[in-house]
Each structure stands twice: as structure tokens, then as C-alpha cells.
Design a protein around this ligand. Structure first.
Ligand code: ZN
Length: 377
């Protein structure tokens, strides 16, 4: 067997091998277009972009889908406050988001489903869940029964959470204390709409999709019953992804819904999560006014993807310096052997710090490979 026929290093994600035969089907929870993009959002999308670039560089076929949650109560409220029709408001915010993403060299996804085009699928999902005994309807709202997990326990237990922790997480996303809810773990697949809420017809009256169900429907509509990597910020793991997956598995009978999860670490400021609600924000457009986009990317990438981290301006300045060092390494005559080593590091759980270490040491084509694959050019 010649050396050329040796298979490339396998992709590992979250410490586990993810053998790929067919295309890598990747889905990321996108933004609710109601506010400008902050560094925490950007971190998720830059990491997903790098996963796709690394897989493509390793000759895998990759299909990237990133949804737009354009039906959401926070969006409705923001549009109302701005005195603009909500779809027009969403389109405007979407434009600003796309602008930030392309400035950060995040490639456009292959598919960009918008929640409002998948309403019919959410209605069919709700209907199928009722028929399967996994959901019930009260006054026009259809609740997914969170007390019945796939293995007999409830959905919180299935995700290693105790009831109290699960309820705190659910509360944060406004999913508790809804009228008709039999158990606080039961979350809406479909919600009855009041005056001023967006509304579509359904067998249960005028209503709108529940947030988790929107993603379930968009994944199933785009890929069928399962995907390879489901990505999103770590704060989406529960309840959003837990319900999204449980609802899909309950109607398709195919488990796991996602072979692998990529929950990207949270970006904090002074130890606190970045959030519009608290005003604790670093906006991408502000960083890009002062720094090279590649330096912002490097700041995001030069660490393990799953870990939480604190933003500091000093670290961004250091990333500027490290970027110059990387370019200098790429400009000198180098050691060819480093190239394969860089790809081995990146395929091994996207180990960017290790890949950069090799790039700096080897220089030349190895460093150029790192610049190219990490989108730092
Ligand atoms: Zn989602």
C-alpha cells in the first residue's frame, strides 16, 4: 500500500471520533434578528465556520445550515418598540448580521432556513406529537410532554440536570408558568397567539410556533431525520437543544437526532455572560472598527472551543501581535512536514492552539495552511 492511499486522520469532536462516510451535515442555531451581533454570537459562528473549513480541507463534503429565528416574541417586542412591522425589522437586522459575519470571513451557509417558512412543518410536528402521545393541547397551545424522556426518566434527568437546575434554565427562556401547562417541564410546540402576536392558522386556532419546535422543523425539513453535528452556544444545550432533539426523536423514531453536539463556550465580560438584557455586551462592529477581522477571529479561535472565556482588550491586542507573528512565519521558508501535523491537530477536536504552535515553528507552507484553513488571511 502506498503512502498516498493512507486514509486522512479521522475527525474527532468533543473527544469522540466522528467517522464520516457521506456528507457532514451541520446545523447551527442562528440568530434571532433583533439586535446587533455581539462577540458571544460571533464566537459560535466562527467556530462552526472553522469546523466546516477543516472538514472541507480534509476532502469531506460539508453541508452547512444556519437558521434564522425570525418568528420570536423578543423580535416582536423589539419591532413594536421601533414602530416597524416585524418582518421588515427582522430583514433589516438580518442585513447587519450578514455584514458582520462576512467581515469576520464566516462563509455563507448552504442553507439558511427562516422560521416563518416552516410554520406548516411545526403544525405537522405538533399534530404528530399529539398522535404519538407525547404532546397535549390546552386552549390552542400544544405542549410537548417533558416528563417522559426516551429512557423512562424526564427530559431534565436525561440531560443530567436535577429539576431545580432545569427549571432555572427554562425560566431564563420564558418557558415556565404558561397557562394550561401541566408540568413546568412541558414546553410549547405551538402557542396560541394573542392580539398583536404574529399568528398563523392551525387545527387549534390562530397561533405561532414554539421556539424549540421551529428548529426541530427546520432540521427535519432540511436534512431528514438526523444530522451529524448540531452546533450552538453552550447556553442553548438546555432547554433548547434538549427539546429540539426529543421532539424530533419522538416523531421520527430515529435516535440520536444529532450524532454529535458542538456547544461553543460562553464569552463573558468580568465573569458575566454577554447579554443584551443586561447591557453587558461587546459588539462585533465596535471591535472591527479598531482591529483587523483576522485578529478578532484569532482571539476567538486560540483556545478550546468548548470552554467559557473572558473577553479582555489586552487579549485582543495580544491576538494582533500573534497574527503578525503567524504572517511572518508564513512568509519564511518552512518545513513541509508541518502541514500534515497542522491538519492532524485541527481534525483532533479543532485543536487550534496546537496547530498554531506547529505553524509558528514550521513556518512556510505549514503556516500558510493554518492561515488558509482558519480563515485568517
Ligand atoms: Zn435552534
Amino acid at each position: 500500500m502506498s503512502h498516498d492511499l493512507l486514509p486522512p486522520a479521522p475527525l474527532r469532536l468533543g473527544g469522540r471520533p466522528l467517522p464520516m462516510v457521506g456528507p457532514l451535515r451541520l446545523y447551527t442555531c442562528g440568530v434571532t434578528p433583533y439586535a446587533v451581533t455581539h462577540l458571544g454570537h460571533a464566537a459560535t459562528f466562527v467556530w462552526v465556520d472553522v469546523l466546516a473549513r477543516v472538514a472541507r480541507h480534509a476532502s469531506m463534503e460539508v453541508v452547512v445550515t444556519r437558521n434564522v429565528t425570525d418568528v420570536d416574541d423578543v423580535l416582536t417586542e423589539a419591532a413594536r418598540a421601533a414602530n416597524t412591522p416585524y418582518d421588515e425589522y427582522a430583514a433589516m437586522q438580518q442585513y447587519r448580521f450578514d455584514h458582520d459575519m462576512s467581515a469576520l470571513a464566516v462563509r455563507r451557509p448552504d442553507h439558511e432556513p427562516r422560521a416563518h417558512r416552516h410554520i406548516g412543518s411545526v403544525v405537522r410536528l405538533a399534530q404528530a406529537l399529539i398522535e404519538a402521545g407525547r404532546a397535549y393541547e390546552v386552549d390552542g397551545t400544544v405542549f410537548f410532554d417533558g416528563t417522559k424522556g426516551a429512557d423512562g426518566g424526564d427530559i431534565a434527568t436525561a440531560h443530567g440536570l436535577d429539576q431545580a437546575a432545569a427549571l432555572v434554565a427554562i425560566e431564563e427562556f420564558g418557558g415556565s408558568g404558561l397557562p394550561g401547562q401541566r408540568n413546568p417541564l412541558d414546553l410549547p410546540v405551538w402557542r396560541a397567539s394573542g392580539d398583536g402576536d404574529p399568528a398563523w392558522p392551525s387545527p387549534w386556532g390562530a397561533g405561532r410556533p414554539g421556539w424549540h419546535a421551529e428548529c426541530t422543523a427546520m432540521v427535519l425539513d432540511t436534512y431528514g431525520s438526523s444530522i451529524d453535528v448540531h452546533a450552538g452556544g453552550r447556553d442553548l444545550a438546555f432547554p433548547h437543544h434538549a427539546y429540539e432533539a426529543a421532539q424530533a426523536e419522538a416523531v421520527t423514531g430515529v435516535a440520536p437526532f444529532a450524532r454529535s453536539w458542538m456547544h461553543v463556550g460562553t464569552v463573558r465580560i468580568n465573569g458575566e455572560k454577554m447579554a443584551k438584557s443586561t447591557g453587558n455586551l461587546v459588539l462585533v462592529e465596535d471591535l472591527l472598527a479598531q482591529h483587523r477581522a483576522a485578529a478578532v477571529r484569532l482571539l476567538i479561535l486560540d483556545r478550546p472551543w468548548a470552554g467559557d472565556w473572558d473577553y479582555s482588550p489586552a487579549d485582543l491586542m495580544a491576538a494582533e501581535g500573534r497574527l503578525d507573528a503567524l504572517y511572518a512565519a508564513a512568509g519564511r521558508r518552512g518545513d513541509e512536514a508541518g502541514e500534515a501535523e497542522i491538519m492532524r491537530a485541527l481534525l483532533d477536536d479543532l485543536d487550534v492552539p496546537r496547530a498554531l504552535g506547529v505553524a509558528m515553528e514550521s513556518g512556510g507552507s505549514a503556516a500558510r495552511t493554518a492561515v488558509h484553513v482558519l480563515g485568517l488571511g
